[in-house]
Write a protein that binds this ligand. Structure first.
Ligand code: ADP
Ligand code: MG
Length: 221
């Protein structure tokens, strides 16, 4: 699914340059559920953003589904992102003025799916995360756990091969966090590959494998 080889990421700030990933190589197979752990500032989100084609590496190669993707144009990358990848974030990243149904329809409308079909598919995705009775609620009318369920529905409505979750339980209490993990595990059982950043060991335990990162290097546990 994912093959990163010798990925370096350097940010340039004025005359200073800061290397935040030092020759990182990672392989994630189809159907795996991988946790990425490491202290704050170690490069976890930078790595996830590169995997999600939200950021480009300075050097190195990135194959996604056997295709070199780092050389694609921005619009080709956007197309791959829209078709193949779902994103879940710590802060949910919902749009404040859209109800749950409309949030989940959004990626389909972006793909050019007709409103009618988008509505049906968004309703199905919301039902799959247990929110069939909250479709017309606005984000501020939902609990944290329900907001993250909306975000999960939005991430799966396009039927992605890969889900990237950056601290998906970081803003939730532990019971709600476990409920979100049960949903992610069920998605993985249904064949979706998952890469998830967390700094909570009991959350990482839901994954089948953990990658540790320290100061921009992959380290053995
Ligand atoms: N756009 C950017 N410009 C400059 N430095 C950045 C940028 N994004 C992240 N960094 C730096 O890169 C390092 C790794 O950040 P990040 O990947 O967000 O860490 P983590 O997610 O592990 O907490 C940090 O030192 C951070 O300050
Ligand atoms: Mg981060």
């Amino acid at each position: 699914m994912i093959e990163l080889k010798d990925i370096v990421k350097t940010y340039t700030l004025g005359t200073q340059s800061l290397t935040v990933l030092h020759s990182v190589s990672v392989t994630i197979k189809d159907g795996e559920f991988v946790a990425i752990m490491g202290p704050s500032g170690s490069g976890k989100s930078t790595l996830m953003n590169i995997i999600g084609l939200l950021d480009t590496p300075s050097t190195g190669s990135y194959h996604l589904e056997r295709k070199e993707v780092s050389a694609l144009t921005d619009s080709q990358q956007a197309e791959v992102r829209s078709r193949r990848i779902g994103f879940i974030f710590q802060a949910f990243n919902l749009l404040p003025r859209m109800n749950a149904l409309r949030q989940v329809m959004q990626p389909l409308l972006y793909q050019g799916v007709h409103r009618r079909e988008a509505t049906t598919r968004a309703q199905e995705a919301l039902s799959a995360v247990g929110l069939s009775d909250r479709m017309h609620h606005m984000p501020n009318e939902l609990s944290g756990g329900q907001r993250q369920r909306v975000a999960i529905a939005r991430s799966i409505v396009t039927k992605p091969a890969l889900i990237l979750a950056d601290e998906p339980t970081g803003a939730l209490d532990s019971k709600t966090g476990e409920e979100i993990m049960a949903l992610l595990e069920a998605l993985n059982t249904n064949g979706v590959t998952i890469a998830m950043v967390t700094h909570e060991p009991h959350i990482a335990n839901h994954a089948s494998r953990t990658i540790h990162i320290l100061d921009g290097n992959i380290v053995s546990p």
